[in-house]
Ligand binder design. Structure first.
Ligand SMILES: NC(=O)c1ccc[n+]([C@@H]2O[C@H](COP(=O)([O-])OP(=O)(O)OC[C@H]3O[C@@H](n4cnc5c(N)ncnc54)[C@H](O)[C@@H]3O)[C@@H](O)[C@H]2O)c1
Length: 363
């Protein structure tokens, strides 16, 4: 198969590119970077177009024309950017992504669009707390693709521009599908972690996602900041499990993925952000600590001090993966402890061998 992967050198994209190549497919990657796919660059079946898709007339239509399937992973996916430059997030995550969808409509190509679990927003329990018999029941935080309502915070909490842009894009794809003009599949990832997540040590784009943020603190010996006490809960998914599911979606046996939305996540791997910090520090202490330097402190900080005005968050989110299990026969395999430890291992080994994955150095 000829796959066009936009954002195919990012965290998820680089793992997917590797898997596609290993399974014999031909891949064209469009990305501003290529350092996460360096080991594959000499392969004939991989073409890399190092490009900023915001540049006008950069050649999208020709590449879409040449592909059997188009995968769109391009987005700003870093919460600090939603606060610092919300319009840029909207322009890239909606306007530029829409152009990709429209090229697929025009050229009748299948589109696999990466959205986000953030489209679900907050749980009903977050505001109906006093009215629910068991607000802590996981059923109030388990989100299903086709039935769960999507609950965003107020407009003034501009963090929601990321989720809103993704949600609007999903609605446009659905509408194109209703008109019979687009064969699409939407993926909603739930907190994937693993090797190559973000760029560490990070020198640009502000504060990376929570897992990378803690990792960076452990690598530098700096404090691990818990925003608003770290009460929020997340379900973490190891990247290899996620890629197994994405590959089944690409394969699309019996066309089961047409016009479908899929949650990809590990419902059993739920943990609060505070517990995550403690667990990561314990793993660090056991595996990589020199026994002499002080262990990083876990420090509370307000969201306003950490991110700035306009921050808000999903309190809890657990994927309902019934659809992926029923239609694709997929289930995640890695438990929470191994998911976290395997993801940390990659970075500490790089640090031990002094191989930073730094985008700043590559620009
Ligand atoms: N990782 C997760 O757990 C997660 C969760 C929810 C949603 N998602 C979504 O999945 C997708 C991939 O996420 P990721 O974690 O791999 O993020 P990532 O930031 O690692 O990957 C995005 C890639 O897009 C590229 N890119 C950004 N702007 C570009 C531009 N203007 N032109 C060309 N390339 C550009 C980046 O260089 C990067 O390689 C995103 O759409 C994200 O919103 C990911």
């Amino acid at each position: 198969m000829k796959v066009l992967s936009l954002g195919g050198a990012g965290f998820i994209g680089s793992h997917l590119t590797a898997r596609l190549l290993q399974e014999g497919h031909t891949v064209t990657v469009v990305d501003q970077e290529n350092d996460k796919i360096q080991e594959w660059l000499s392969l004939d079946r991989l073409k890399v177009v190092k490009e900023d898709i915001r540049r006008p007339d950069w050649g999208l239509v020709e590449l879409v024309q040449d592909a059997n399937v188009v995968i769109d992973l391009i987005a700003y996916a870093n919460p600090s950017l939603y606060i610092k430059m919300p319009m840029e997030v909207f322009r890239l995550n909606f306007n530029e992504n829409l152009k990709i969808a429209e090229a697929c409509v025009k050229l009748k190509k299948r589109l696999i669009q990466f959205s986000t679990c953030e489209v679900y927003g907050k749980t009903p329990a977050s505001f109906l707390n006093g009215y629910l018999a068991n607000p802590g029941d996981s059923m109030h935080a388990t989100f299903s693709e086709d039935t769960t309502n999507l609950i965003m915070g107020p407009v003034g909490k501009h963090r929601w521009i990321y989720a809103s842009a993704k949600q609007l894009l999903e609605r446009v794809l659905h509408a194109y599908g209703l008109e019979g003009h687009l064969n699409y599949t939407i993926i909603r990832p739930f907190n994937f972690i693993g090797p190559k997540i973000d760029y560490l040590p990070s020198e640009k784009e502000g504060i990376p996602r929570v897992f990378s943020n803690f990792l960076q603190a452990l690598m530098n010996g700096s404090p691990m900041y818990l925003v608003d006490g770290g009460h929020h809960q997340r379900a973490y998914t190891f990247i290899d499990d996620a890629v197994d599911c994405i590959m089944r979606i690409i394969e699309n046996r019996d066309a089961v993925c047409e016009k479908q939305i899929f949650n990809i996540g590990s419902p059993a791997n739920e943990i609060s952000v505070r517990e995550l910090a403690v667990k990561m520090r314990d793993i660090y202490k056991r595996r990589w600590w020199d026994g002499v330097s002080p262990l990083p402190e876990i420090v509370n900080i307000s969201a306003k001090d950490f991110y700035g005005v306009g921050y808000d968050d999903s309190d809890r989110r657990i994927p309902d993966i019934t659809k992926a299990t029923m239609l694709l026969g997929w289930r995640p395999r890695l438990n929470l402890d191994d998911t976290i430890e395997n993801s940390m291992e990659y970075w500490f080994e790089r640090q031990e061998h002094e191989i930073p994955l730094k985008d700043a150095a590559l620009r």
